[in-house]
Ligand binder design. Structure first.
Ligand code: NDP
Ligand code: 8X3
Length: 246
């Protein structure tokens, strides 16, 4: 049975990793999926795997473009997933350009998507708004500094939505995974594939599909049930800075 038939879902950051996996599961459940990210060819490839999908090339850092592309639409489900980490060095040696990009994408970009999509949900009195947070939004770890700060902010934005836009039939969810093997580490280490691979050496990370499954669980509960904060750890990771490796 397709549980999301006649629903329209927006997934930001759908060109890779968790966003791609989420778009695929929502599409397999019958949703029309709007795939948003910057890389159009990657989005087209994901769209080709979904029965009903469309591509929107969108940089979430661009507030006007978010409003233009998303503001006039109605979405039953929004998965605000686009995000990145850059670098893993100490705060005293951090690069302000990396800080700006992380804050612009993970905080301002999230706010732009929220601002463009929440009003129509409020007007219709329904919707599922899902924010991709992280365990990094609960515990700072060595070298995580500004990335962690951006994910603490994402959690605050999720809480703010519940408070400011609550009472209109909308369900607010934040899914907070630990280590997931995606392109995240490749981006964090500026394309250094060997360093990215080492992060997961001797342990079993989450797969993007595990996180997508959690999103699907949240958006397929009965209407009176709102899954709020969900934290997903790999069994081999017991805190943001403790990983058990064989
Ligand atoms: P990926 O690098 O595989 O995917 C990131 C996605 O975000 C890509 O589709 C990328 O698309 C998109 N994106 C990045 N910047 C922008 C932008 N400015 N505008 C639009 N889209 C953008 O990483 P993940 O799938 O792992 O990451 C997804 C989310 O999950 C992030 O928010 C991340 O912080 C979070 N997360 C990841 C964990 C992990 O261990 N992997 C753990 C916990 C949370 P494009 O480049 O085409 O724009
Ligand atoms: C991204 C994964 O392990 O750096 O949120 O927190 S981790």
């Amino acid at each position: 049975m397709q549980r999301l038939k006649k629903k329209t879902a927006l997934v930001s950051g759908a060109s890779s990793g968790i966003g791609r996996a989420t778009a695929l599961v929502l599409g397999a459940e019958g949703a029309h999926v709007v795939l948003a990210a910057r890389r159009s060819a990657r989005l087209e490839a994901v769209a080709a795997e979904i029965d009903s999908a469309e591509v929107q090339v969108l940089d979430v850092c661009d507030a006007d473009r978010c409003q233009e592309v998303l503001g006039e639409r109605t979405f039953d489900i929004v998965v605000a997933n686009a995000g990145l980490g850059l670098g893993l060095g100490s705060i005293q040696e951090g690069d302000p350009r990396d800080w700006r990009r992380m804050i612009d994408t993970n905080v301002n970009g999230l706010l732009h998507v929220v601002r463009a999509t929440l009003p129509q949900m409020i007007a219709r009195g329904s919707g599922d708004h899902v924010v991709l947070g992280s365990v990094a939004g609960f515990q700072v770890y060595p070298g995580g500094n500004v990335y962690c700060a951006s994910k603490y902010a994402a959690r605050a934005i999720y809480e703010a939505m519940r408070i400011d836009a609550g009472g209109h039939g909308i369900r607010f969810t934040t899914i907070n995974p630990g280590m997931v093997e995606t392109e995240f580490s490749l981006v964090r280490f500026d394309g250094d594939a060997r360093r990215a691979k080492e992060i997961y050496a001797g342990m079993t990370p989450l797969r993007a599909e595990d996180v997508a499954d959690a999103v699907l669980y949240a958006v397929t509960r009965p209407p009176h049930v709102n899954v709020g904060e969900m934290v997903l750890w790999p069994t081999d990771q017991t805190s943001t800075s403790v990983v058990h490796r064989s």
